[in-house]
Design a protein. Structure first.
Length: 126
């Protein structure tokens, strides 16, 4: 499986079409279309944007084809969540959403911590 095929696999996993996928990661739709058509390979910036947008994807797998697509913790969570979900159609979407939600909460907590630090630092200046 080459690098373009791995990007296609991420698209299948996320159940997204190329244009919304491109918008979500912050690149032009033609960039993703050219990658999945094999007209160009994704550059470092595109690969980093994919990994930033989908933290459950293993970087070594996406960049080099080494190991599994999903990080081990996501694989463990996936098996637990699969038991709770009955339909195949919704299982993959729900797993992706839950993993993405966890990562988003972690990022938001970091932002809140930073804002709290700034407020404490500037409390005397207000």
């Amino acid at each position: 499986m080459n690098i373009n095929d791995r990007v296609k696999e991420v698209l299948r996993y996320t159940n997204m079409r190329p244009s919304p996928f491109a918008d979500y990661i912050g690149v032009a739709p033609t960039t993703i279309l050219n990658i999945i058509k094999g007209k160009r390979q994704p550059g470092r910036e595109v690969m980093n944007k994919i990994l930033d947008a989908f933290p459950m994807i293993e970087g070594d797998w996406l960049n080099k084809g080494v190991g599994e697509m999903l990080k081990i913790e996501v694989q463990k969570n996936q098996s637990k969540e699969q038991k709770m979900l009955n339909t195949d159609d919704n299982r993959e979407i729900a797993i992706w959403l839950l993993a993405d939600l966890r990562e988003s909460v972690e990022r938001l907590n970091k932002v809140l911590d930073r804002l709290s630090e700034l407020l404490d630092k500037n409390a005397g200046k207000l």
